[in-house]
Design a protein around this ligand. Structure first.
Ligand SMILES: [Zn+2]
Length: 144
């Protein structure tokens, strides 16, 4: 019985070392020969993606300034600090809840919770107002 166990574990460790070698030999292949067209597209579009699932949320071209600044820091009623960035569009977001002005960080605006439409992570808020363009306030450390 004991001999069997030793043999099995020896086989297993041999097998896993084989796998590791295979992994090593594959890695350079994955990193080499980049698609030049895709790279060029990436540099002009500069997607910001969900940190959790890498769903494309918005692009740097959609950055906007609200009250004179792209980035804002806020403290919510529970005492959490949020660093948010303002975007005119965020096609990768879904909205939940009804617009409310309770605890709003931007006077004149009502907010709704913005979620990643792929993994439902909380990414920020959607701000809308009667006579001003709406925008997305996205938590910067939820995007990469
Ligand atoms: Zn996501």
């Amino acid at each position: 019985m004991k001999t069997h166990e030793i043999i099995l574990s020896d086989i297993f460790s041999d097998f896993s070392s084989l796998l590791k070698d295979e992994e090593k030999s594959f890695k350079p292949l994955l990193n080499s020969s980049p698609n030049i067209d895709a790279d060029q597209k990436e540099s002009t579009e500069k997607y910001l993606v969900c940190k959790t699932c890498e769903n494309k949320i918005t692009t740097i071209a959609h950055k906007i300034e609200i009250y004179g600044s792209f980035q804002h820091s806020f403290l919510n009623p529970a005492g959490h600090v949020f660093e948010i960035g303002c975007f005119s569009e965020a096609p990768g977001c879904a909205l939940t809840g009804v617009p409310t002005s309770e605890w709003t960080w931007f006077p004149d605006y009502q907010w709704q919770v913005a979620l990643c439409c792929s993994c439902i992570s909380h990414l920020g808020w959607y701000y809308s107002a009667d006579k001003k363009p709406s925008f997305w306030g996205l938590i910067l450390n939820t995007l990469i």
